[in-house]
Write a protein that binds this ligand. Structure first.
Ligand SMILES: [Mn+2]
Length: 487
C-alpha cells in the first residue's frame, strides 16, 4: 500500500469538512475504539468538530477499562437527534459503511477497514480498505506516520497506547501480525504506556465466561479436525465471550478450526439471534467465502470470522430447552456440511494466495509461469469467433459438481477438486505483458491461443502417503503426459 498517497487522500478529504460524526458499528472493541479516537483527535487538531457515537456498550471488562483509563469520549446513544450538527460521517473497522437512517442524510466521508472488502452501493469520499493489514489501527497509524502530526508529542502520547492495544488484540497478541503491523507498532511503541496495556489485558475472566467455557467443553464435538461447540442461551452483555472461547479452544491439539455458537437474547429478552464465531489456523481456508455460503449476514478476514441469524420470531417459543436443541443440531449439521465441502473454500484461499504471489513476482520482474501457461494450447478455442463460450464441468457417476462450478471427484485415496478460473478473476494476470503474444500490430493486445486457467487441488484422504506416479491431461482423444507438458 502506498501510504504517502493514502495519507494525502485522507487529509485532502478531511480539509473539505467542518464537523464529523464518527460512528462505531457493532460492539466497540479496542481496534475500533483506538482508530475512531485517533480520527477525532486529528480532527480537533485540524479545527474540525468530531464526536464518537456507539449504540452498544463494550461487554468486555478490558474494553471498558481502556475507555476509562485513557478517558476516551464516546457517546453511547443514538446520534439521531444530533445529526444536524455534522456535515458527514465516518465508519471504521467494519465491513459495511452503510448506516440506516444516517446514510440517507449525511455523506460518508471515511470508510477505513481491514476486513475483506464487500461491494456496496454507497459513495465514500475516502475509502481505505485492505485485508492485508492486521487492524484498522495499523492503517490509522501508517497514515499518521506520513503526516506532520507524527512529530506532535502531545497527540502521539494521547493515542499511542490505544492504537498499540488495538493492534495487539486484533492480531491475537501479535500472533497474526504482518510486516506492516510491526512497522506501525515500532512507530507507536515510543508513545505507548506498556503498564496500562499489561494491566488491561491481564484482567481475569469474569465468572460468566468461565461458565460458558465449561459448557463449550462439555458440548463440543470434533468433526474432521473442526471443533464445534454450542454454549446455549446467553445474555447480550456476554456476547463477546463467544469469540474469546473460540480463541481459547483453538489451542486444543488436533484442531485446525473452531466454531463456537450461542443463542443471544437481545433487547431485554425481546430479540433473539444465533451468533457463531470462527477461528482457524488453516492458512489456506477462505473463511469469508465459507461463511458467505452459509449466510450473507457474516464475514471474515484471515483466521477469524462470524455470522448471525436473526431468530426474533422464536422469542415466543415457550420451551427454551427445545428451541436450543433445535438450533444446536441444525447448526452442527450446517457446519458439518461445510466441512465436507471444504475443498472449495480451501481452493479459494490457495487461489488468493497464489494470485498475490504471482503478482509480486511480476512486480519484481521474475517470470515463473510455466505451470499456468502450458494449459493454454490444450483448451484453446474460439479464436476470432464472436460466439461466447464457457467452460463448465459435467457431472457424472464419479464427478460431483457444486453450485459454483467446482467439480469434486472423491476416491478412496484422494479427493480432487477442480475449478475453472474465468478471465475476470485473472484480469490482473492478463494485463501483464508476458501473457500477450504480439503477432502483428493489428493483433497487439490479444493473445492467441487464448489462455484458459484451471486450479486443481488434490487432498489425501487416506492416512498414508499417496504416490502420484503419473500426471496426464486428456481432451477427447488427445492425451498429454507430464513429459509432454513440460516440453
Ligand atoms: Mn479490527
Amino acid at each position: 500500500m502506498n501510504w504517502k498517497e493514502l495519507h494525502e487522500k485522507f487529509f485532502t478529504t478531511l480539509s473539505n469538512h467542518k464537523s464529523l460524526l464518527i460512528y462505531i458499528k457493532g460492539s466497540p472493541d479496542p481496534d475500533v475504539i483506538a482508530s475512531s479516537w485517533m480520527l477525532k483527535r486529528i480532527c480537533e487538531k485540524s479545527d474540525i468538530k468530531a464526536e464518537i457515537f456507539a449504540l452498544k456498550k463494550p461487554s468486555l471488562p478490558q474494553n471498558r477499562a481502556i475507555i476509562e483509563k485513557l478517558d476516551i469520549p464516546i457517546y453511547f446513544e443514538d446520534p439521531g437527534m444530533n445529526m444536524g450538527r455534522f456535515d458527514g460521517y465516518a465508519v471504521l473497522d467494519f465491513q459495511s459503511a452503510y448506516l440506516k437512517g444516517i446514510s440517507e442524510k449525511l455523506p460518508c466521508v471515511f470508510h477505513i477497514d481491514h476486513h475483506e472488502p464487500v461491494h456496496e452501493d454507497i459513495d465514500v469520499e475516502c475509502k481505505i480498505s485492505s485485508g492485508a493489514v492486521g487492524a484498522a489501527s495499523t492503517i490509522m497509524a501508517m497514515i499518521l506516520k506520513e503526516s506532520r502530526f507524527a512529530q506532535d508529542e502531545d497527540l502521539m502520547r494521547s493515542i499511542g497506547t490505544a492504537l498499540v492495544y488495538g493492534i495487539q488484540t486484533d492480531t491475537d497478541n501479535y500472533k497474526h501480525a504482518r510486516d506492516v503491523d510491526f512497522e506501525a507498532l515500532s512507530f507507536l511503541s515510543r508513545y505507548s504506556d506498556k503498564e496500562i496495556i499489561n494491566k488491561i489485558s491481564g484482567i481475569p475472566l469474569s465468572d460468566g465466561m468461565v461458565d460458558m467455557i465449561g459448557k463449550a467443553i462439555r458440548n463440543k464435538i470434533v468433526y474432521k479436525g473442526w471443533l464445534i461447540a454450542g454454549v446455549g442461551l446467553i445474555k447480550e452483555s456476554v456476547r463477546d465471550s463467544i469469540a474469546i472461547i473460540a480463541d481459547f479452544l483453538l489451542q486444543e491439539e488436533g484442531v485446525s478450526t473452531v466454531i463456537v455458537f450461542a443463542l443471544v437474547e437481545t433487547r431485554d429478552h425481546k430479540g433473539l439471534v444465533l451468533d457463531a464465531s470462527f477461528r482457524t489456523e488453516d492458512r489456506d481456508l477462505d473463511l469469508n467465502y465459507l461463511i458467505k455460503r452459509i449466510t450473507s449476514e457474516g464475514g471474515a478476514r484471515q483466521y477469524k470470522g462470524a455470522y448471525q441469524v436473526n431468530m426474533d420470531y422464536f422469542v415466543h417459543c415457550p420451551d427454551r430447552e427445545l428451541l436450543w436443541q433445535t438450533v444446536s443440531v441444525t447448526t452442527i449439521e450446517v457446519l458439518k456440511k461445510q466441512r465436507d465441502n471444504i475443498y472449495i473454500a480451501e481452493l479459494k484461499g490457495v487461489y488468493n494466495k497464489f494470485r498475490k504471489k504471482i503478482i509480486s513476482f511480476i512486480n519484481r520482474g521474475v517470470v515463473l509461469f510455466v505451470g499456468v501457461t502450458l494449459l493454454g494450447f490444450l483448451f484453446s478455442c474460439g479464436r476470432k469467433s464472436v460466439v461466447n463460450r464457457s467452460i463448465t464441468p459435467v457431472s457424472g457417476s464419479a464427478v460431483e459438481v457444486k453450485n459454483d462450478g467446482c467439480a469434486v471427484i472423491r476416491s478412496r485415496l484422494v479427493d480432487v477438486a477442480a475449478e475453472y478460473v474465468d478471465e475476470k478473476m485473472w484480469e490482473q494476470f492478463l494485463k501483464q505483458r508476458v501473457f500477450i503474444k504480439q503477432r502483428s500490430k493489428e493483433d497487439a493486445g490479444i493473445r492467441y491461443p487464448r489462455l484458459q486457467f484451471f486450479q486443481l487441488m488434490v487432498s489425501n484422504v487416506s492416512d498414508r502417503a499417496v504416490r502420484i506416479s503419473e500426471i496426464a491431461l486428456a481432451y477427447g482423444n488427445q492425451k498429454k503426459n507430464r513429459s509432454h507438458l513440460m516440453s
